[in-house]
Structure formats: structure tokens, C-alpha cells
Design a protein around this ligand. Sequence first.
Ligand code: BES
Ligand code: MN
Ligand code: ZN
Length: 491
Amino acid sequence: MQIQRLVDLEDYEFDTLLVTYNHKNRLSIELGKVSEIFHSLQEDDLVGGSKVYGLRGKDFSYQGQPYYNLIFIGIPEHASPRRFQLQFGAALKEAKKLKGQNLLMTAIGDDVSYWLSSAMKGILLADYSFDKYHSDKKEAPELNLGILTGVDQASFKKEEQYSRMMASAVFTARDLVNEPANVMTPEALAEVAKEIAEKNNIKCTILGREECEALGMGAFLAVAKGSKQAPKMIVLEYNGRVTDEEKIALVGKGICFDAGGYHLKPSASMKGMHGDMGGAAAVIAAIGAVAQAKLGINVTAIVPACENLVSGKSMKPGDIVSSMNGKYIEVVNTDAEGRMVLADAITYAIRECGATSIIDIATLTGACQTALGNCYTGLFSNSDDLAAKLVQASILSGENIWRMPLGDEEYNDLNASSVADIANCGTQCGAIAAARFLHAFVEKKPWVHLDIAGTSESEDDKEIYSKGGTGVGAMTLYEVVKLLEKPYKSY
Ligand code: BES
Ligand code: MN
Ligand code: ZN
């Protein structure tokens, strides 16, 4: 999509006008007969409140003149950055439905700096499709977006560049999730990570089965051994502030397919399990953006990538495996594989990479999806500070996060095992049990766990989403790293 800043309408021919209206049903601009049309639509209850409504120019005329497409965008009072994204995303979807190509919107008023980048992000994010496997697809013409604004060129460019960077990180993550498991194998995922690393001056190390064995990653390898696909521990290191001893580890679950193992998933739950690497996709995309923006901070992304399948080599219920941390894990449920691979990745982050704080992100539990649905990612943490930073980052990114309790010793028996140090499957409150399992491996480092089982996939094409991967986490991780970046000190 082309975006241009307009200071007047000369030379810009548009076919689709995007107009916002507020909670008092007042249009942001009065242009020609637009408000008359708006009010007539209101009488039929078609617009009003916070609806996004499109009207096809070809289908109506005004006093005998054919008209351009009109899209009315409701903006509720005190709209959050997320709300702006969703409303403008919905508007873009509407514009495409109306076959608009040259869009015009206005960004005028005191509060523009509050919402301009959210609107841009919403429009860009909504313009995504994963259609590479439709051999008869028609190339959709590129859209032009003209923004009539008083914002100066430098600020405008900055907002645009930032919005584009976020959208492109999200698309990277979505593409990774949307690829089927026969294409996006652990090896393929490692290749993509390597390419992104090479483009952005990031150090990339990929550990194979033997190297992981030598490090004692018994939990990761126990999951991996049921598949013919070779496991890969993917490590991306970006050191943007070498004088700083702090290093954030971003750990993303990279299960390229989760059949459940011997605790085989029923058909309906197995659907979409090629996307069980949504956490991996988010951390890879985020570190790419962090490096692209040259943030002054040290970040390492770690992805334990493998498949969880059934075979004569698979782990079995009741197996006891030793983790890199030293703790023995009883495999009570082979379908609770995510926490096992993450445990070794977290230990690797602490012991081999020198991580001083850890953020993990994973499509970890159906229980979290049940608790929060599809609009909120669950957050669990041992650090109020880091948790607050993530919530702050999520407001900037527009990706909803809700903090859940980790609980204390009271909940220790959730993962109690009679035969080993810890069981990989809890007895109740599944999302907390999974979080507490990971907590047992963080060695008291400040840590946040994001459970994206509910938010990683979208059921339909709506607002900023397209059916399939949402790319959730990529933007929030970028924002949190940016918040944690310290102001430059000269010594
Ligand atoms: N990958 C799944 C979790 C999941 C569920 C992701 C739905 C996306 C959508 C995870 O590995 C899993 O199977 N979790 C089990 C844990 C249980 C066996 C303790 C679950 O949630 O049922
Ligand atoms: Mn599973
Ligand atoms: Zn899984």
C-alpha cells in the first residue's frame, strides 16, 4: 500500500472516502453532501454508535451525480489505541469490499498524534492475505492511501515508518504460523530465522540434536524424539548495547505440529496445530524489528523447535526425563509438551546466554483460551515490574493482555509428582499449572509468561485480522523491549 501525506486535495483523485464520526454521531469533516447522507443512513440505524459502514459509490447518486464510496468509521469516546486499530482495520476491509483503490482519509485536530499511527497500523494490518497456495489467485491492485493532515512531513514519515515496521513484523509472524506443518518444519523455521538474522545483523546459532544432548536438554529432546524431523534449538542474539550487562531473553514455543503424542488430540482439537509455533513466530519477528530499529539493548530470542507426534520412538505417559536444569520431569501427559521444551530453552537462556530477565510466549493451554477467549492474552509473572511493563507495552501495541495469578506455594501441589521432581501436567486450573511449571525453571529471574493459545489464531476475516495466524505478540514484544531500552549514557 502506498501512503502519502496530503496538504490539499489537488492532484489526488480518490474513489473512497473514509470519514470518522464520534460518540455524539458528529462527523469529523463536513464535505459536500456527506453529512446529509450520513444522517439519512442514521435514520435507518445503519450507522451510529461505533459502527463501520461502507456505501458503494456506484450504487447511489446524489442529485444525479455518481458518488464516491463512503466509509463511516465510528470512534467511541476515549477510544484506546487498539480500538483505533480495529475501527480503521474494519474500514480497510470495507474499502476492499467496495473495490476502492484510492482512499482518502483525514487526520486533523489536536489529538491526531494520539491516534494516527494506530489508524495506520490498523489499515496496514487489515491488508493481509495468505494466498500463496491458491494457484488461480488474481493479483489485487495495490491500494493508495492519501491522508489529508496538518501533521508535518517529518513526524508523518516517522509515524508511517514505525507503523510499517510493526505491520511487517506481524506479517512475518503470520506467514510463519500460516505455513502448513509439511512446509514449516523445525529446519525450515531455523532457515527463516537465519535469513532474518542475516538481514538485520543478528547472530544466529542453531543447535541440533547432538548439541542439545550434550547440554542435557532431556525435556526438549523427549518431545522431539517421536518425529523424523530433526529438532532445532534456534538462538538469535542482538546486542544493541554491549556496555550493558542486562539481557532480555525472548523464548517462543516452536512446536511445528502438536498431535498430542500418545495422549493423542481428538480431530477437532488437532486442527490448526501447525500453528503451535505462534510464540516462536512472535519472538523471531520481534527481534527482527528490534534490530531493524537499532534499539540500544541486548536481546536474545530462543526457540525450541520440534514436533509432538506419535511413533515407536515417542515419549510415553509415565516416562521420567531429566531437564537441562537438573530437575526430573514426570511425563504425566504427552500433550503437555510445550512447557517441557520451554523449560530447557529457559535454562539455556539463563545458563548459556546470560539472560537477566525472561519473557516467554507460547500457545500453551486450552485452559487459557477457555478463561480469556480470543481477545486477551494471559500474562503470568513473578515480577510486578516486568508485568507492568508488558501491560504498558500491550496498550501501545493494541494487543490486549490480562494478568492472571501465578499464586504461591499453595499451588505447588498442582504439578506435584510422586516419582519425580515435578509433573508436566497439573490437576486443575490448567493455565496456572502450566505457568507454575515454567516458573520452576526461571531461577528467580524476573520473568513473564504469555499464554497466546486463545489469541494466536483468528476464526475469521475481521477488522485487522485475516483467518489464520494473527501474529500476536510480535508488536507487544517490540514495544516492551523499546520500553526497557535505557537512555544512552556517555561514560
Ligand atoms: N498446543 C496446546 C495448547 C493449545 C490449545 C494451543 C488450543 C492452541 C489452541 C498444548 O500443547 C496442549 O496440548 N495443552 C494441553 C495441556 C494439558 C494436556 C495439560 C491442553 O491445553 O489441553
Ligand atoms: Mn500439546
Ligand atoms: Zn502444544
